[in-house]
Ligand binder design. Sequence first.
Ligand SMILES: C[S@@+](CC[C@H](N)C(=O)[O-])C[C@H]1O[C@@H](n2cnc3c(N)ncnc32)[C@H](O)[C@@H]1O
Length: 278
Amino acid sequence: MALDIDYKPVVEKWPMTKDPLAAIKEFRKWHLWLRWLRPAHRKASKYYYNQRAEWIGKTDFEDYFENADRSINKEKWEYLRLRKSWYQMPLNWEKFCGEDCTTILDLGCGDGDLTQTLVDFICNEFKRTGKGHKIHIVGSDLSPSRIGNAQKHVTSTDDRVTMEFQVDDATKPLPFDDKHFDYSLNSGVFEILADESADKFAGELCRLTKYGIYTEDLADEYPGGFPRQDLNCLFNPHGFKVTRKAEVLTEPWSTKINPKPCGIWPMLLDQNVWCEPQ
Ligand SMILES: C[S@@+](CC[C@H](N)C(=O)[O-])C[C@H]1O[C@@H](n2cnc3c(N)ncnc32)[C@H](O)[C@@H]1O
């Protein structure tokens, strides 16, 4: 289904454009039940679950993530980035701007949209505070096509904030020494990995990170997904523990209509988590 561009002005008015942590403030557990009273949510859920169930029945995941052609134009990329910034929030991100941070890894960076949000966050902080230093960000993903999108679309407005993107399978060792990166982040990766791969991915993330890890991940059941309510189950065996967690929904509760890229996302439970060495 093509992107319905009329949704963009709706998303531009969502509260995260004024308060990036708005999703945390408005989250209520009972919204998880109340959402089923909304016809828009029921319709989107039915469509999403059916479509996913059909898709996973005929898809070889490993082949898909590695080889699918996922090229995306800038307009759609920007729209998705804005849409996701509701629930991919800068939780503890001030640490990414601190003096102890010179290298950051975005593991499973996909199209680099969260990498862009991170670059913008750091550049804006440097501008706001009048301070700043060199920070290099590496985005890594299994998909050459997605890495191509990131290389094409991600930009920095501050020469001190640089980035590069590379193809890696993070269930195997990446070509960096232990604790090469001061901080790292990952979004939407654990939710697509079964336990064995998720454990290897978490192990590599923890091996490469010195101080702290930001994770965004779905916590709702969906066909073909691997939601985990407590990500300590992945981090503890590798010496890290969750020190902050926020549950959110993937769109604002108050939205009258249900803007959804490509018509696929209902209102889902999501989590933003910060981890540090145990
Ligand atoms: C749902 S996407 C999320 C992408 C991006 N972080 C975002 O927030 O849009 C999951 C990503 O994990 C990547 N991935 C899956 N298995 C991987 C692996 N073994 N190593 C590195 N990346 C992997 C996929 O290629 C895909 O880009």
